[in-house]
Design a binder for this molecule. Sequence first.
Ligand code: SOE
Length: 392
Amino acid sequence: MSDSTPHLNIAMIGYGFMGAAHSQGWRVAPRFFNLAARPEMKLLVGRNAERVDDAAATLGWEETSTDWREAIARNDIDVVDIVTPGTSHVDIAIAALDAGKHVLCEKPLATTVRDARAMSDAADRAAGDGAYAMVGFTYRRVPAVAHARDLIAGGAIGDVRQVRAEYLQDWLVDENVPLAWRLQKELAGSGALGDIGAHAIDLAEYISGLSLTQVSGVIDTFVTQRPLLESSVGLSGTASAEMGAVTVDDVALFHGRFDNGALGTFEATRMSTGRKNALRIEIAGSKGAVSFDLEELNSLGFYDATLPTDRQGFSKILVTEPVHPYIDAWWPAGHMLGYEHGFTHQAKDFIDALSSGVQPRPSFADGLHVQSVLDAVERSSAHESVWTPVGD
Ligand code: SOE
């Protein structure tokens, strides 16, 4: 990148878990990828002045503010990156898009279909003026995931018939984990369903190239009261003696029908004792199958049913060759990548799209679709798991 490379000034709203991950992406992307514009980590926004100053110093942001409206009002800000709890996405994203800023927004897009639709409409309006919006379904940027999609798009497994997608965590097994924002419906929208089920839905559709049209599901909450947080809205914090109601699901299970007639099973849970961050997808087709597990993210399982029977079997492709997506910017073959690389690839892909004036994916319309699936699962669960159309 030369000195004449244009700059893209970023303002990031929020600085928790995702804020740290996005910062890593903005910081590292220009050092490994040849980008047409250089991201500048200009402004970090958070409500508490002291904490946002500390976060900016740690994560590498130039300036801070305690009001997200400052990011919208400033002419020198090109991109607004939203990593706040779900409930605030709608106001920030629409204000930013209406002001002509590009927007990157964490998933799920919103807490309701109504808000997600308003955001998608705002994104359509802004795209007409050259400002683009993207949702942070980061796992699309894991090389093995992108490779699985390429294989399926190239016909390597034939027609997709079955999809199995599960995202399993266990951080809520402990009943003393306090009532953080991810456990409150008004802040998060839903629980395991929206927080991690949204990833399983997006990945299943992204890898298979299919779209869910109807679902039948059940959601449940096993621990209905948790200690209130004494301070902060983060995942951690001190638990007080007072209890509050958990208003979101701990577990969501559903079946889905895709637009080509394929069937899917989905599970999202933060109660799967022993499973820390197991996002697993298996897709079976008429000529083969692929299988991915985030806990082994450098590899992809592949079964080729067209081989002579005596040679058939799942093989493990180590997705670290320069021919694999994103890899030629990194290390020699076999030198592993990790969780954080997805955020670097996300920053790279976003900047590439903005620089070439094309709509980055997943778009807000894609985010609205996932929100509609989440909503259909909740409605199905409320009506004895009846098959429910996904109404985008
Ligand atoms: C962010 O993309 C995210 O979905 C978090 O919100 C989840 O809690 C995390 O475990 C997976 O990533």
